[in-house]
Design a protein around this ligand. Structure first.
Ligand code: WT7
Length: 652
């Protein structure tokens, strides 16, 4: 279990407050009674095929009907077999067909304050043009396109353009390093990369194209680089490989029919860290994922036609895929998209945006909420937030203190909070309150959504109840589930299906209370959660040991007030008298290897790293030391007791 989770559990175990939704909210809610939920929940599991058939026919466009609803041979699933649909059609054209062509799809604001709005009609033109340009550049069905872009409308447009022609997008968060981009390009055999000259971040310009150029030196499969002009710097362009967006996209026709695609066509891959070194490409397919994103959006965000919905995530993560692009657009929502930092030019930027655009639904992360608390209530109090009616949280468990602040200061005590538990692998929300009916408890993601069948399992493989919880598994297939790990079915089977045969292993620990509410208690593997982003400790360790001066490294998470977990590295070096200079160098090195988000917060030089007799790093011990707690528990397998004493000294 992670340390932040352990700290949090101390609070949440005695959390008994219950916040029922207000009657006015319930009256108008998409799901407005407990019976309605129970009925949906029962039908989705008892008559899985009948239920999802109905959902798919009502909520997606079909070029050709499907036969079997679900073919399930654990761990491989196929949904809506043989049907033909298109996620880009569902996100764009279908809204136009249904009379929402003039409705605003995307309201965008750049960090410098420039703005743009796109109606569904306008979005379609842009998506078609980009899709036509991709075709002209030789991209077709099944080709992988890496996207490394700032949060501009063109990022969403590029994703939808790929979906329109059956190309597979692999979005890489624009904070990742050239090395990380190259790894992903290589693993996916990407043919084309879409990027921009740069991006605006806290008033500075980051030269994205330069980073991509470095990555392309090690990306033999990439033939073309499509570059959006965003910041107007002098981005280096390589003749014969690089082309400007405005040269190849703008000239295209704005009408390119969406390709009818088989339901199981890969829609995208998204790399995420697991417990081993190399990030894996999580593979999602078209129909099931699209339906899951859409229906979970409808249910949990209680979407109505006049909502202004804002998800503050970046499209580089699954949250952006499912709840900026595929879910809300398929639902015909009006989405706010913001390019920059929450504290630029000042700490009230988010609240200024909520007031300016009269945002009604806000979906953000606990780490952001904790930063706002630290920055002070005055930034919030300056603004009229009365348009808000619903708040969401994602990325990690929300600690009760942050929950209460969000509820009172942002929600004015009137907005339900939906604490949504899910993962890159699940495609969409899995457990969450339904805002019209679920009395919430701060710190609990409450109950499973229709179609989700959780099981808490102990080491022996049996179901467990009780306060200590157990491994959270999902024991029935659901439409949005991952279909595999790109290019590595063995890893897919080993990681998710081997520990508890036939059940999907989430990697989280959880318990269920007497009301049937779920409480996520942190990871059971070597994954840490830094500001809501998943990182593998082993990945950071590999980055560290690739530096010449490093002999050995052990990385653990330690509790952090803002980030949830901070990265603490214990490093043994080959040089004498290591100091701050080397610390800085190592931080830079990790930044270069993975990206800024993986930079260790603490680097402690150690004479050696404590290991068990069988050579495993004693992470529990290191976590205690990193957190400043006395190393507790059983140390009888520690190889060298003196190591422990030295590490303690280092920390003091
Ligand atoms: C891991 C998934 C889900 C999109 C963003 C992160 C943790 C996520 C919650 C929550 C407690 C949560 C889990 C999960 N997590 N949401 N509401 N309560 N923990 O996606 O990078 O795939 O990470 O984030 O540990 O397994 P991800």
């Amino acid at each position: 279990m992670s340390d932040s989770a352990a700290g949090q559990i101390d609070h949440v175990l005695d959390e008994t407050r219950l916040f029922p939704p207000a009657a006015e909210f319930t009256e108008k809610a998409v799901i407005s009674s407990q019976e309605q939920y129970e009925d949906l929940y029962r039908r989705a599991l008892e008559d899985r095929d009948g239920f999802w058939k109905e959902q798919a026919l009502e909520h997606l466009h079909w070029f050709e009907p499907f036969g079997d609803v679900c073919q399930w041979e654990a761990p491989h699933a196929k949904w809506f077999v043989g049907g033909k649909t298109n996620a880009s059609y569902n996100c764009v054209d279908r809204n136009i067909d249904q009379g929402r062509g003039d409705k605003v799809a995307i309201i965008w604001e750049g960090e410098p304050g420039d703005t743009r709005t796109l109606t569904y009609n306008e979005l379609k033109v842009e998506v078609c043009k980009c899709a036509a340009a991709l075709k002209e550049l030789g991209i077709g069905q099944g080709d992988v396109v890496s996207i490394y872009m700032p949060m501009t409308p063109e990022l969403a447009i590029a994703m939808l353009a790929c979906a329109r022609i059956g190309a597979i997008h692999s979005v890489i968060f624009a904070g990742f390093s050239a090395e990380s981009i190259a790894d992903r390009n290589q693993d996916a055999e990407a043919k084309l990369v879409i990027t921009s000259d740069g991006l605006h971040r806290r008033g500075k310009v980051l030269p994205l194209k330069k980073t991509v150029d470095e990555a392309l030196e090690k990306s033999p499969s990439v033939q073309t680089c499509l570059v959006l002009k965003r910041v107007g710097n002098d981005a280096p362009m390589t003749e014969g490989r690089d082309v400007w967006w405005h040269d190849v996209v703008d000239k295209q026709s704005g009408d390119l029919p969406a390709e009818p695609l088989d339901s199981e066509t890969t829609l995208f891959i998204l790399y995420t860290s697991g417990s081993t070194g190399k990030p894996k490409g999580i593979r999602h397919t078209t129909a099931g994922y699209n339906l899951w994103a859409k229906r979970t959006f409808d249910w949990v965000f209680d979407h109505r036609d006049d909502d202004i919905y804002w998800c503050t995530a970046d499209c580089g993560w699954i949250t952006g895929h499912s709840y900026i692009v595929y879910g809300p657009l398929t639902a015909g929502a009006t989405c706010l998209m913001y390019e920059g930092a929450p504290n630029f030019p000042a700490e009230d930027r988010f609240w200024e945006l909520v007031e300016k655009y009269k945002v009604t639904i806000l979906y953000t992360a606990p780490t952001a909420i904790r930063a706002f608390i630290k920055w002070g209530d005055e930034h919030v109090e300056k603004h009229d937030l009365s348009s808000l009616r619903l708040l969401g949280s994602v990325g990690e468990g929300i600690n009760p203190e942050a929950w209460m602040w969000y509820h009172e200061k942002i929600g004015g005590g009137r907005c339900p909070i939906v604490d949504t538990w899910w993962q890159t692998e699940t495609g969409g929300l899995m457990m969450s309150p339904l805002p019209g009916i679920t009395p919430t408890k701060p710190g609990s993601c409450t109950r499973p959504l229709p179609g989700v069948s959780p099981a808490i399992i102990d080491e022996s493989g049996s179901a467990v109840e009780g306060e200590n919880g157990g491994m959270l598994c999902i024991d029935q297939p659901w439409p949005g589930m991952l279909r595999g790990v790109w290019g590595d079915d063995e890893r897919f089977v080993d990681t998710y299906w081997a520990t508890v045969p036939g059940k999907y292993l989430t990697g989280d620990n959880a318990r269920r209370d007497s009301d049937g509410y779920y409480w996520i208690m942190g990871r059971i593997d070597d994954v840490i959660n830094v500001s809501g982003h998943r990182l593998s400790t082993i990945e950071v360790e590999s980055a560290l040991v690739s530096h010449d001066a490093v002999a050995e490294a052990a990385v653990v998470g330690r509790p952090d007030d803002i980030k949830g977990q901070a990265i603490c590295a214990f490093v043994t070096v080959t040089t004498a008298d290591p100091g701050d200079e080397l610390r800085q160098e190592l931080r830079q090195h990790v930044r270069k290897q993975i990206g800024a988000l993986a930079q260790p917060d603490d680097i402690r030089f150690a004479a050696s790293v404590p290991k068990t007799r069988s050579g495993k790093i004693m992470r529990r011990l290191l976590r205690d030391i990193a957190a400043g707690r006395e190393a507790a528990g059983d140390t009888s397998t520690l190889e060298d007791y003196s190591v422990l004493a030295k590490l303690r000294e280092e920390g003091s």
